[in-house]
Ligand binder design. Structure first.
Ligand code: MRU
Length: 410
């Protein structure tokens, strides 16, 4: 399934707020509609935000009727600024917008239509590269999975939010499809239930055994030895390896450290932001209190007027992170060095050589060798946990102007 598409100037996305009840594709026809969709989390997840942000800029450029390339650029920049302001934490959004704008700014193209084509092509390229990145992340992450283990993941990181199979969920899928016989515990991910609604929906379609747990249950299940690996995505990774991800990630990392199991982050290098030194510099989105006091806008859980805090993300300090798996390889501590090398490699040919130099050797198949012995105390019996047993419990002018392939359906 392709969750994000481009159709003659419309951005076509699955409305994630309607899942799992219905799978409905919606058309975003203007910057205002894209902003609304991002703000309401109809489209969400760091890589998807990047792809949609880039298409949003392309759409604004395409909508301009002009003979002057500067006016195309101005419209693209205005849309880019408005789109960047929608969600501050996921760096992929600003990264992708700046990438398409940068391409247009340095271009010597004098023909406005050709400039628009160039912007659209760059947006397609971002989506394509994300698809490829997902596949590479999955391959690099494979060695971190143990056969017949239980893997815990948070939020939603699959094909709904990327150009490909997903980041953490893509790695899980690849490990499962390679025959490792793994099962998955999925945290609900309060307050908007991305885990319960979206990850469970994706896993069900993939026929991967899974069970949903309330967020509060996860740390004690990890402590009981019921989980062998925690793998999550990221919204922004600082230069020192601190990770911003969906609220509730940090307690999972603490529990994983205490239990001596690996805590792994899977993300494309577009999520690595070397301009921020540490997590304390990452802007953290605070969302509407009503997301906490009402369940999905429908059922009131607190008296009317109750105050609520709703931080959308938390920071997991690098010290709790076992490995960060990117499309260019796996980074381990010290992250400043390993991430810097991975993020700065540009040519695919350079990647392997660089990766080989900077990535610390894995201490064992799953990284446990350097950790406490607690993990090894978890018996095989606990590994065939409940998750594996409960697999089933589970515009007018713009469209007509656009005859070029980059403007049409992709
Ligand atoms: O608020 P959301 O649902 O956009 O948060 C998403 C997450 O935190 C994901 O883990 C992250 O963006 C990675 S998606 C591959």
């Amino acid at each position: 399934m392709r969750a994000i598409g481009w159709d003659g100037g419309d951005i076509v996305v699955v409305d994630q707020t309607l899942l799992p009840a219905e799978q409905t594709f919606i058309r975003l026809r203007s910057t205002a509609e894209v902003i609304e969709a991002i703000g309401r989390l109809r489209v969400r997840g760091a890589p998807a935000l990047g792809i949609v942000g880039a298409y949003g800029v392309a759409q604004a450029a395409l909508a301009v009727v002009t003979d002057h390339p500067k006016e195309v650029l101005r419209a693209a920049e205005e849309a880019g600024e408005a789109l960047k302001a929608t969600r501050p934490t996921a760096v992929n959004l600003a990264w992708a917008i700046e990438r398409v704008l940068g391409k247009a700014r340095v271009s010597r193209v004098r023909n406005p239509e050709k400039l628009v084509d160039l912007i659209i092509e760059e947006a397609h390229q971002i989506r394509l590269e994300d698809e490829e990145a997902c596949a590479s992340i999955a391959k690099h992450a494979h060695e971190l999975f143990e056969p017949h283990s239980v893997v815990l993941t948070h939020c939603n990181t699959g094909s709904l939010v990327t150009g490909g199979i997903g980041t953490a969920l893509g790695a899980i899928r690849y490990a499962f499809e390679s025959g490792l016989g793994i099962a998955v515990l999925v945290t609900e991910t309060r307050p908007l239930l991305q885990g319960a609604r979206l990850t469970a929906w994706e896993l069900e379609r993939l026929k991967i055994p899974h069970a949903v747990v309330v967020d509060a249950a996860a740390p004690s299940l990890i402590a009981r030895g019921e989980v062998q690996l925690v793998i999550v995505g990221a919204d922004r990774i600082a230069a020192n390896g601190d990770v911003a991800n969906k609220i509730g990630t940090y307690p999972l990392a603490l529990a994983a450290r205490e239990a001596g199991i690996p805590f792994v982050v899977a993300a494309p290098t577009s999520t690595v932001d070397l301009t921020v030194a540490s997590g304390s510099e990452i802007p953290m989105e605070e969302r509407d209190a009503a997301e906490v006091t009402l369940i999905l806008g429908a059922v009131r859980t607190s008296p009317a007027g109750t105050r609520a805090l709703n931080p959308a993300f938390d920071i997991t300090p690098a010290a709790l992170v076992t490995a960060i798996v990117t499309e260019r390889g796996t980074a381990r501590a010290p992250f400043k060095r390993s991430l810097g090398r991975l993020r700065n490699v540009s040519a695919p040919g350079d990647v392997r050589e660089s990766t080989a130099q900077v990535v610390s050797p894995s201490p064992s198949r799953n990284g446990k060798a350097s950790r406490s012995s607690k993990a090894s105390r978890s018996s095989k019996a606990s590994r065939s946990s409940k998750a594996s047993r409960s697999s089933k419990a589970s515009r007018s002018s713009k469209a007509s102007r656009s005859s070029k392939s980059s403007r049409s359906r992709r």
